[in-house]
Design a binder for this molecule. Sequence first.
Ligand SMILES: NC(=O)c1ccc[n+]([C@@H]2O[C@H](COP(=O)([O-])OP(=O)(O)OC[C@H]3O[C@@H](n4cnc5c(N)ncnc54)[C@H](OP(=O)(O)O)[C@@H]3O)[C@@H](O)[C@H]2O)c1
Length: 261
Amino acid sequence: MKNILVTGAGGQLGLTLKELAPRYPDLHFEFKTRAELDVTNKENVEKIFSAFQYDYCINCAAYTHVENAEKEPEQAHEVNAEGVKNLAHACLENNLVLIHISTDYVFDGKKNSPYGTKDIPNPINEYGKSKWLGEQYIQKLLSRFYIVRTSWLYSKTFGKNFYKTILENAIKGEELRVTDTQTGSPTNTISLSNFLIETLILHNADFGIHHFTDNTAMTWFTFAQKIILENGLTDKVKLLRQSNYNSLAKRPEYSVLDVGK
Ligand SMILES: NC(=O)c1ccc[n+]([C@@H]2O[C@H](COP(=O)([O-])OP(=O)(O)OC[C@H]3O[C@@H](n4cnc5c(N)ncnc54)[C@H](OP(=O)(O)O)[C@@H]3O)[C@@H](O)[C@H]2O)c1
């Protein structure tokens, strides 16, 4: 039996893992929401990690609001960098493997071909900078870790995300303007969860940095088209291509991740 502690369990990835957990009777999961385990509270982290012999921590906790991170960068850093440092220390002291989720936004988006795990990050916004710092803390402190960079994460069921927003607005019959200035790979939380559980935990993948996406590159505009088509709403909604994107945070233009190691 492997014991797995999941932090940030109230988010879209954490909730997906919770839904899938009963399929794995040989794995014992414990899910902690932010209210139950605030990763920025070092004492709280140490107390929970030392109270039980966990084998893995899957860190789904993060400050994920890319726009707000520009306005309050210290809050983003507190969770995505200092909080991750707390988890890495606790993993070291209590002999856990840390599975940490990171992002395509650690890259600047100037490459024009998929980013490999050996490409050097160069984040262009506060969210990306905070996530990159979190990655660096893990690499400095731990040898038994997985940093899993993913991109354009969405759940059809949980949380707030692009998929659900487009679907909700399309159902209302609204005119939708979606940018075609960024290219990335949408990733369903179910496929990411399967990768974390099956490839990393059950098949003991090599430690280190991994890239995982659903491996189909597209623009946000194309993704919106696919969502509308998949839900049979093509006749109901007017989808307009927008060649600019109003955003406080700079966004990488091309952030496709190479999923082969
Ligand atoms: N969403 C994407 O497009 C995307 C893309 C690439 C990578 N990622 C990464 O994937 C991971 C999972 O993201 P997600 O989409 O599932 O995010 P999410 O839905 O925003 O969930 C993040 C969870 O972390 C919690 N949290 C925030 N601060 C915390 C703290 N101090 N201590 C403990 N929990 C805290 C949040 O709680 P509250 O809601 O109460 O704040 C929320 O439940 C993150 O590491 C994210 O950076 C996401």
